[in-house]
Ligand binder design. Structure first.
Ligand SMILES: NC(=O)c1ccc[n+]([C@@H]2O[C@H](COP(=O)([O-])OP(=O)(O)OC[C@H]3O[C@@H](n4cnc5c(N)ncnc54)[C@H](O)[C@@H]3O)[C@@H](O)[C@H]2O)c1
Length: 320
């Protein structure tokens, strides 16, 4: 038996948002039904380099594996992405490593897909304006995922850097993308926050009734993008309660005593599995995403099967 190596260019050839959305929705459903295993992620915090690593193991849908991912917010100035990742996919029956693969693209796509699944269940179906707070890698895949389920008539993008907005427009030439103020972006039907901010940048008074917010950027202790008053008024759905308390959008508000943990309405898995209802009327909904290993492993398994069908990648004797 051999282990398949899938490089970033292999993954780029076969990754597609519609497929990732399906894999991630199934992973959330399995998790909501209690059929997946996922110990909490482990952080290796290297503050002296302004970065951190996370080890993320999971078992879902007959696949086991581990993602090893770094987050270095100063990297774009050094010509490197903020987030870089590798993944080992194993056969759960024997432990054999089926594949070793680039997971940087998987991370962006599965994060976009989590936002897409959350919006499918929590946003108003007639939502047609999108606000993107931040214009980096995660903002792009949030947009790709939302395009699968929503007719977007205008997309309002805010960034600290004008060159990023120009790059964003060039990537999506056919879409109605406009440079926006923070207030304009936050005032849309669906709002995705995708910055590494440490201190809230989105104010309560900018959010309109019936809006859905994907809070993506906060995925480590101390990170925060939303005014805690938004959390107090909204129906707050998290990807995982332990991870969200530790490192999600709610982590700072909880530590400051501004958001009681009991106010979390549900996990996204519970909603996808039909255990709890999604949106009601014109409430504000917030999806607090920290990123789950089940999303990575389900996506990696789908890509491994696709690579085999299309003869993509190279096989090696790595173990044994
Ligand atoms: N929830 C998840 O599953 C998940 C997954 C991957 C990444 N993330 C997080 O999402 C965030 C963005 O990741 P990315 O890969 O898109 O990074 P990126 O560097 O590609 O983009 C970050 C964006 O935020 C802007 N920005 C940087 N610092 C800012 C600040 N202090 N205030 C406001 N804007 C700021 C940048 O100009 C850019 O537009 C990071 O915090 C990352 O850790 C979350």
């Amino acid at each position: 038996m051999k282990t398949r190596l899938l490089t970033v260019s292999d993954i780029s050839k076969i990754i597609d948002m519609a497929d990732v959305l399906k894999a991630v929705e199934t992973a959330f459903r399995e998790y909501g039904l209690g059929q997946a295993e996922m110990p909490p992620k482990i952080y290796l915090d290297l503050r002296q380099y302004n970065g951190d690593f996370r080890a993320m193991p999971a078992f879902v849908e007959n696949s086991a594996g581990l993602k090893w991912v770094s987050v270095y917010p100063d990297n774009p100035d050094k010509g490197l992405p903020t987030v870089m990742a590798m993944l080992i996919l194993n056969d759960p029956k024997t432990g054999f490593p089926l594949a070793i693969m680039d997971a940087t693209r998987i991370t962006s796509f599965r994060t976009g897909a989590a936002g897409g699944v959350a919006a499918k269940y929590l946003a108003r179906p007639d939502s047609n304006t999108l606000g993107l707070v931040g214009a980096g890698a995660q903002a792009k895949t949030q947009l790709l995922a939302l395009l699968e389920n929503f007719e977007l008539s205008s997309i309002h993008v805010w960034s600290l850097r004008d060159d990023e907005i120009e790059g964003f427009k060039n990537n999506f030439k056919d879409l109605p993308i406009e440079k926006a103020s923070l207030e304009e972006a936050a005032g849309c039907d669906i709002v995705c926050t995708t910055t590494p901010a440490r201190g809230f940048i989105v104010k309560k008074e900018w959010i309109k009734p019936g809006a859905h917010i994907n809070a993506i950027g906060a995925d480590a202790p101390g990170k925060q993008e939303l005014d805690p008053q938004i959390l107090n008024e909204a129906k707050v759905v998290v990807d995982d309660i332990a991870q969200a308390r530790h490192s999600g959008e709610i982590n700072v508000a909880i530590k400051e005593g501004l958001f009681p943990v009991n106010d979390i309405y549900a996990t996204l898995g519970e909603i996808v599995a039909g255990k709890k209802a999604g949106r009601v009327d014109d409430e504000i909904t917030v999806f607090d995403s920290t990123g789950l290993a089940i999303q990575d492993i389900a996506t990696a398994r789908m890509l491994f099967e696709k690579a085999k069908q299309n003869n993509i990648g190279h096989d090696f004797d790595v173990v044994g």
